[in-house]
Each structure stands twice: as structure tokens, then as C-alpha cells.
Design a protein around this ligand. Structure first.
Ligand code: TYM
Length: 328
């Protein structure tokens, strides 16, 4: 069976960008692949995190995986820090990564720009991400568009290892949705929707109450025109809303345009809010049940136990290839 790996950072409330770009796809992939869906807490601390908030967000992300429909019996759901082989392989792969490659990463440039002090962890973040993926000899990585550059680096590192130490790693492929791969901010369609944007109105969180969702969509920026038409260059904000509508409703972009032909933004936005609420509300209900039951701790324990077995086996082989003396 081929392997899937993906991770989400517990660095804030998950948005519909995270949902459409990645998490929603976890559910369909779990039937045909050996899956690892991980809460990457070691990545989250590459920028400062409040310990209590980190704990809460970690539990929240893991519970959301289950609430959207990831089956903990089919897929391994676990905390990255509970499988120490991630950090170990992270170090090994950091030694195979060049400074130049890391300097070229746009996420690093964005997150470090204008900062007085930048953590070294933020710089080597992509080698740890490569380790996440390669630890399981992953074939497929469901991610949004913004992670493509990191995935490309993981592919390069895998190839470099194979070249130096003999064929070992599969070269992982990305799995990116056509429309939902890059959901933009509601207040500025030149920026991606992000859980770390200080402006709450820029995003819809997966756990926003229905009325909050309605309010945020009604206030979303639009151009001064009238037509509900998909044209990312001329009408980036409206096009982003059409993409969200299409992804949540299952209608094609053309079908959404047709439905609102000759209508103004008002009715379109109103119905968009209802489409989003109708998908998120049942997820939120399941989420609250899961949180209340406390079952997530056992799910995380079992997921980590299973993942650790594979991780230990693979890491031992990697150490051997690199010339380390095996433990007696
Ligand atoms: P993170 O936590 O920023 O985001 C989680 C996933 O959501 C996708 N995403 C989006 N998709 C569409 N539109 C958006 N506006 C949007 N915002 C976020 C991201 O592409 C991602 O798939 N480095 C990763 C976490 C990670 C990882 C991994 C992913 C660590 N190790 C190994 C895959 C495999 C990150 O920061 O994702």
C-alpha cells in the first residue's frame, strides 16, 4: 500500500483555507493509502508560542481531523513530538540541505522579513518537514499551494540521499486540489488566508459560529463592480469568493457564475454564507462531542504507537546507509 503524509501546525485556529487546501482531502485518501495525519507541534515552535495556547490548539487540530471524518482506525493521527524520530531524521537531513536552498524559501523570507531576531529553527524548518515526509517513505503529500516549494525541497533532499547512499527514498508527489489550493484573505485577495493573520476579519475559521461566518462574508472586500464573474486578474476578491462557493457547494465555477447572472453581490454573499455554514456546522457539532468525550488522547496515543513502529524501522535503515554503527 502506498503512503500518505501530511501535517498542520497548531499555530492558531484552522481556517477554511486549511480545510479546502488540505484537510478535506485527508478523508478521501484514507481509504486507499496508509495515512499519517500529524499535528506538527515541533514546527509550530519555530515562532514563539504561548504554552497554554499551544496545548489547546494541538488538541483542537487533532480533534478537527476526526471531526471532518478522518478515521483513527484507518489513519494514524498523532502529535509530531510523540514520535521522536521526526526530530532525529530532521537533523540528519539538515546536514544534507544547503544554506542557499533554505534562503530561497519564500515562507522563510515572509516570516523573517522585518524581524529584528529570527530563530534558527525557522530557517531549518523545511528540513524538518522533509524528514516528516521521508520518515515514512511517503508517496503522496496532500497540501495547499503554499507548501509546494517545501515539498520540492523534500524531493531534492530525497534524490540527494539516494544519489549518495543508494536508492532508498521514494520521491514524494504533491496532491493539491485544483480550485481550493490557494484560498485568499477576505480583506485582501493578494494574500493567502492565514491562521496567523492578526486581522480576524481576513479569514473564516473552521470553528466560527454561523453568525460570525455570515458577518465575515458580508463584510468581505469586493470591487466596485456588480457582476459575479470569475476573473482573478480583474476581480480577485469576487473570484476568491466564487472559488469558496464552488468548493463548498460542489458546483463548478461556471455553474456558480450562471446561478448569479444579473444579480448583485448581496444575494451571492448571503447564499455563500449559508453554503459554508451548512458544511461547517455538522463538523463543529462532531468537534464539540469529541472534545467533551476526551477520546482524543487515546486516539493520539494509538496513532503515535503505530507510527513509531514504522518510523523506528525506517530510521534504523537510514542510519545504516549513512554509515552509523548500529546499536548493539
Ligand atoms: P500549515 O499549518 O500552514 O497549513 C496546513 C495546510 O493547509 C494548507 N493551507 C492552505 N490551502 C489553501 N489555501 C490557503 N489559504 C491555505 N493556508 C494553508 C497548507 O498548504 C497546508 O497543506 N509546513 C506545513 C506543515 C507541515 C507539513 C509537513 C505538511 C509540516 N510537515 C509534512 C505536509 C507534510 C504548514 O505550515 O502547514
Amino acid at each position: 500500500m502506498k503512503t500518505v503524509f501530511s501535517g498542520v501546525q497548531p499555530s492558531g485556529n484552522l481556517t477554511i483555507g486549511n480545510y479546502l487546501g488540505a484537510i478535506r482531502n485527508f478523508v478521501e485518501l484514507q481509504h486507499d493509502y496508509a495515512c499519517n495525519f500529524v499535528v506538527v507541534d515541533l514546527h509550530a515552535i519555530t515562532v514563539p508560542q504561548d504554552p497554554a495556547a499551544l496545548r489547546e490548539q494541538s488538541e483542537s487540530v487533532a480533534s478537527l481531523y476526526v471531526a471532518v471524518g478522518v478515521d483513527p482506525q484507518k489513519a494514524n493521527i498523532y502529535m509530531q513530538s510523540h514520535v521522536p524520530q521526526h526530530a532525529e531524521l530532521g537533523w540528519l537531513l539538515t546536514t544534507l540541505t544547503s544554506m542557499g536552498e533554505l534562503e530561497r524559501m519564500t515562507q522563510f523570507k515572509d516570516k523573517s522579513s522585518g524581524k529584528e531576531s529570527v530563530g534558527a529553527g525557522l530557517f531549518v524548518y523545511p528540513s524538518l518537514m522533509a524528514a516528516d515526509i521521508l520518515l515514512f517513505n511517503t508517496d503522496l503529500v496532500p497540501v495547499g499551494e503554499d507548501q509546494k516549494q517545501h515539498l520540492e525541497l523534500a524531493r531534492d533532499i530525497a534524490g540527494r540521499f539516494n544519489h549518495r547512499y543508494g536508492e532508498f527514498f521514494h520521491i514524494p508527489e504533491g496532491y493539491t486540489p485544483k480550485v481550493g489550493a490557494r484560498i485568499m484573505s477576505l480583506d485582501d485577495a493578494s494574500k493567502k488566508m492565514s491562521k496567523s493573520n492578526p486581522n480576524e476579519g481576513s479569514r473564516i475559521n473552521m470553528l466560527d459560529a454561523p453568525d460570525v461566518i455570515r458577518k465575515k462574508i458580508s463584510r468581505a472586500t469586493t470591487d466596485s463592480g456588480k457582476e459575479v464573474r470569475y476573473d482573478p486578474a480583474a476581480k480577485p476578491e469576487v473570484s476568491n469568493l466564487i472559488s469558496i462557493y464552488s468548493e463548498f457547494s460542489g458546483l463548478s465555477i461556471a455553474e456558480v457564475e450562471q446561478r448569479y447572472e444579473g444579480q448583485m453581490y448581496g444575494p451571492f454573499k448571503k447564499e455563500l454564507a449559508e453554503v459554508v455554514v451548512s458544511v461547517l456546522e455538522p463538523i463543529q457539532q462532531r468537534y464539540h462531542e469529541i472534545r467533551k468525550s476526551g477520546e482524543i488522547h487515546e486516539i493520539l496515543r494509538q496513532g503515535a504507537d503505530r507510527a513509531r513502529e514504522t518510523a523506528e524501522r525506517n530510521l534504523k535503515l537510514i542510519y545504516e546507509r549513512m554509515g552509523f554503527i548500529p546499536k548493539a
